[in-house]
Design a protein around this ligand. Structure first.
Ligand SMILES: Nc1ncnc2c1ncn2[C@@H]1O[C@H](COP(=O)(O)OP(=O)(O)OP(=O)(O)O)[C@@H](O)[C@H]1O
Length: 938
């Protein structure tokens, strides 16, 4: 990041002291709120906010400066508008902070939060802002024998949808968790309350765990008193509540009101008649818990940077979308996997056709979709009363409209090659051809309006000719045309001046002597610094500035013409802006059609993107041959040669496919044992990812065929070391996740458990794992994958026929003293009693000397253990725990080495020094005592 930052300036001493004095008197703020002052040409952040910005943007505190005022030291950083635009996204969208932007006198404030970007939309750097700022409001109604009743409403500003719902929940609020994930909420409003309510505290903790910002709204705003008429204004339909079965949802509607107030939706007239208010049904999609979202690598991590591999998340892998709308919809589909077999199969059929018809797929991507603008953002900008009314936005929508007939022709011709009764043909007809034709018809008036008002010819030249502008059609406004002619005349005089100067200086035009617009000086000449000597000593030429690109200069004639052009352009802009305003206002009335069109095009984009990903996978994905619905008596999963779609794309990794089978009554609960790093987690996560891919309508990575059933939820409990639960111990985290699963899961669910019981002592952990497994087998009967180091758990298979033991196989060479192990990543029936903690050292490239030593010690200890310990066959608790510590330390060390450029670039000494640092900083206690010391003593 550039270290050139704007200088902090004040008009005079009074201005400076007043600035700081007002700053010191501001009310306190929370640490999650960032205060920024807009100083006009630059921005400034102070004290702890400056520290935060230094960390986030510059990754060093050395950029923080200090000033003194009222005998206090103030820290600050100034930010250029470009840096500030990046900061907005980092702070509000990625890190979930709230923002207060003050004017330079601290008297006027704009606010923004993850669920409310409307006031900063114009400022934010949105090139890659695919995230939608969804705000929810919720209220707890009552606790009864049926459970806790909640009302919730959310607003999606892109789709302009207000969702309303009421539902019952268990005391861990698992339904709420699923709902927050499905809707992709970024900020959640709860009623402010003076006294603490244990249930509300639980809810707030849950929201926070899901990385969603909790905000408090005024209690009085959670009221449905005036909601009927407000909804009628927003939807333009007095009967919305009854038509959408919302009238009886008093609490849901009260939450809806809180959103209307918080976002001031009624203050913006452009919202009237343009928002849909709908009833949201949690059961219409698969439920996911937060751990499942992580276990399936659904999205890149929050601190994702663009250098990270795109295939490290399912979103990245499947996102070959060409439109911003498509990318947004993909993100929504990933959170809302379908449960209706027919709907899933429709998507599969379309994806299948797009895989086979390469021409259709590629033409759609390269000729149509990559030309589609971010429609919903354009529409929002046109309707925003604060937004700049730009004709460019109208033109972009117009350019989209004129492409629609070609798209329809192309789709129609492509479908003509199929039989009239062909299912895919019917789907294309129903999903795209008919609706798009209808929208194109409805937009024809808009198209006409643009063609009569805008001078489209000037638009064609706009991209090539510097300084030209999108103009209003002369026939439409003659006075503008007159100014435009004058501008042309002046420009032609400038060209003449250019020629004269070229002759006078003996410099070839355009190659050497350039006539161009400078952002400060306006129209002027430029010569490279080497060529500029020819103007020295010639009074006629006045130097304006010298930069790397050369010397800018002018003549008095050119300077005069420049002023004339400037003034004419101002006149033109003023005259034009009135007409433009009108055009923009008319365009905004087509918003709802454009939004509907956007949804259809986004759908097409996502399905083309699925087909693209499927076709270009290392081994093409396959269409699930059979899908058993939720009510089906024959619930079964048969995945042949299944692969993890993200892992298989990792460089240098040759992925070993495995079969995964589930069958009602005979194979419901799979226990997977095997050595560390043997592929257990990968195997169980593969199942989760494939279930999801199937239900969003994508083909799946199972080379030799797939049969699947619909899951109503995917619930996970993943490794404690990966747990992101904040402020709770590992054991507590495990318990919270696990009890929530037990309460939510049904016999139609998929449960993924990875190393349960790691956060506590080995014996407690095992007891717990046993009890939980037994409960799932006996009571819930959800299809479950349970990866564990507890060898004893495999005895469950003796008790329950639906429990099957699987092992990740490894080859052990026992010919030498030190065991050498080759991991095969193959999953087979049976039980593994191998415990090869130390082997991870090899994988993370631990120094040779240490590996050999560790192996000898481990095998000594193993011998001792076998003679003395009766408890386990897989090793004493100490060895199990030591292995875990060792593994965690080594993983951390590996990460540090990689961050510093890898083993090769560091060299063995540096790498070992890094290891020492890791041990000293985090693991000193573990390494000073017990088995580890024995194992690693050199
Ligand atoms: N099927 C596979 N084919 C190829 N490589 C694999 C396969 N499965 C796993 N691996 C490799 O092994 C590594 C470790 O896998 P994974 O985390 O699944 O092991 P694990 O048995 O769960 O380990 P632990 O018990 O230590 O948690 C992966 O990061 C990957 O590099």
């Amino acid at each position: 990041m550039s270290s050139i930052r704007p200088e902090l300036k004040f008009a005079d001493d009074r201005d400076q002291s007043s600035f700081y004095s007002k700053y010191f008197r501001l009310p306190p703020k929370s640490a999650r709120t960032l205060r920024v002052v807009d100083k006009g040409e630059y921005y400034i952040v102070l004290d702890e906010d400056a520290e935060l910005v230094a960390d986030l943007i510059y990754k060093t505190q050395s950029v923080v400066k200090t000033a003194t005022a009222e005998k206090r030291t103030v820290q600050y950083i100034t930010l250029s508008p470009a840096v500030f635009a990046n900061l907005l996204k980092l702070v509000v969208v990625d890190s979930g902070h709230k923002l207060e932007i003050y004017s330079k006198n601290w008297d006027n404030m704009r606010t923004a939060s993850p669920g409310n970007l409307s006031e900063i939309e114009e400022l934010i750097n949105t090139a890659d802002l695919n995230a939608v700022s969804i705000l929810a409001a919720l209220k707890l109604v009552s606790s009864s024998s049926e459970g806790k009743k909640l009302g919730l409403s959310f607003y999606d500003p892109n789709a302009k949808i207000l969702g309303v719902t009421e539902f019952y929940d268990n005391d861990l609020f698992s339904n709420l968790e699923a709902l927050l994930i499905q809707t992709g909420v970024k900020e959640c409003l709860v009623p402010a309350s003076a006294s603490s309510d244990p249930d509300m505290d639980k809810i707030k903790q849950l929201i926070d765990r899901c990385d969603i910002v909790v905000s408090e709204g005024r209690s009085a705003d959670f009221s449905d008193k005036n909601i009927e008429q407000d909804v009628a204004r927003l939807t333009g339909n007095e009967l919305t509540l009854s038509a959408n079965e919302l009238s009886s949802l008093h609490v849901g509607l009260a939450c809806c009101n809180a959103i209307l107030v918080y976002l001031s939706l009624l203050a913006d007239q452009s919202n009237f008649g343009s928002i849909n208010v709908v009833k949201y049904d949690l059961e219409q999609f698969m439920k996911l818990d937060y751990a499942a979202v992580r276990a399936t690598n659904l999205f890149p991590p929050p601190n994702y940077n663009n250098t990270m591999n795109k295939t490290s998340s399912l979103f990245g892998l499947l996102n070959n979308c060409k439109t911003v709308g498509g990318t947004r919809l993909l993100s929504q589909w990933l959170k809302q996997p379908l449960v209706d077999v027919q709907e899933i199969q429709n998507r599969h059929s379309i994806v299948g056709h797009l895989i086979d018809d390469l021409n259709l797929r590629e033409s759609l991507q390269t000729q149509f979709l990559n030309e589609v603008p971010d429609i919903s953002r354009l529409v929002k900008r046109l309707a925003n009363p604060r937004g700049t009314k730009s004709l460019d936005d109208v033109i972009r929508l117009y350019q989209l409209c004129i492409r629609l007939p070609d798209l329809l022709d192309f789709l129609g011709t492509s479908m003509d090659s199929l039989e009239p009764e062909n299912a895919v043909r019917k789907l294309f007809q129903e999903f795209w051809i008919e609706p798009i034709a209808q929208y194109a018809g409805a937009l024809s008036k808009f198209q006409e309006m643009v063609e009569t008002t805008v001078d489209l010819e000037s638009l064609d030249n706009a991209s090539s000719a510097q300084g030209s502008m999108v103009a209003i059609n002369p026939e439409f406004d003659a006075s503008l045309m007159e100014i435009s002619h004058k501008i042309e005349q002046v420009k032609s005089q400038m060209r003449h001046e250019h020629e004269l100067a070229g002759e006078d200086l003996g410099m070839e035009l355009d190659k050497k002597l350039k006539l161009e617009i400078h952002h400060v000086h306006g129209w002027c000449f430029r010569l490279t610094r080497n060529d500029s000597s020819c103007i020295r000593g010639k009074k006629k030429y006045r130097e304006l500035s010298t930069v790397k690109a050369g010397v800018y200069f002018t003549t008095s004639e050119l300077s005069q013409l420049n002023s004339e052009v400037k003034s004419l352009e101002e006149q033109y802009d003023n005259g034009q802006s009135e007409v433009v305003k009108e055009i923009v206002t008319i365009t905004a009335t087509y918003s709802s059609i454009f939004l509907k069109l956007s949804i259809e095009l986004s759908k097409l984009d996502v399905l083309v993107s699925f087909a693209h990903t499927c076709a270009f996978a290392p081994v093409p994905y396959t269409r699930p041959e059979k899908i058993h619905g939720l009510g089906s008596p024959e619930r079964r999963v048969r995945l042949r040669e299944a692969r993890h779609p993200c892992l298989e794309q990792q460089d240098g990794l040759s992925f070993i496919p495995n079969d995964i089978n589930f069958c009602r009554d005979s194979e419901e609960f799979l226990i997977i044992t095997g050595p560390n790093m043997g592929g257990k987690s990968t195997y169980i996560r593969t199942m989760g990812v494939i279930a999801l891919m199937n239900q969003i309508g994508c083909y799946v990575p199972a080379g030799e065929g797939a049969e699947l059933c619909i899951f109503d939820s995917v619930l996970a409990r993943v490794g404690a070391s990966d747990s992101q639960l904040k402020g709770v111990s590992t054991f507590m985290a495990e318990m919270l996740e696990m009890s929530s699963i037990l309460k939510t899961a049904t016999s139609n669910s998929l449960i993924i458990v990875d190393e349960l019981g790691r956060g506590t002592s080995t014996y407690d952990g095992f007891g717990l794992a046993w009890a939980i497994s037994e409960h799932i087998c006996k009571e819930i009967r959800a299809f479950t994958l349970f990866a564990t180091h507890f060898y004893e758990l495999t005895a469950l298979a003796d008790k329950y026929t639906a429990v099957k033991n699987l092992q990740v196989v490894a080859h052990t060479d026992t010919s030498s003293d030190a065991k050498n192990i080759t991991l095969l990543y193959k999953v087979e029936p049976g039980v593994s009693d191998q415990s090869f903690g130390v082997h991870v050292a090899e994988i993370v490239k631990f120094p040779r000397k240490i590996i050999e030593m560790a192996k000898r010690k481990a095998s000594d200890l193993d011998d001792i253990n076998k003679r003395t310990a009766k408890q386990t066959r897989s090793g004493s608790p100490e060895i199990l725990e030591a292995n875990e510590v060792l593994k965690t330390a080594l993983k951390k060390w590996k990460k540090r080495v990689e961050e510093r450029g890898g083993l090769e670039s560091l060299g063995p000494d540096e790498a070992e020094a890094e290891l020492r640092k890791v041990v000293e900083s985090d693991f000193q206690k573990d390494f000073q005592s017990g088995v580890l010391q024995e194992m690693l003593k050199l």
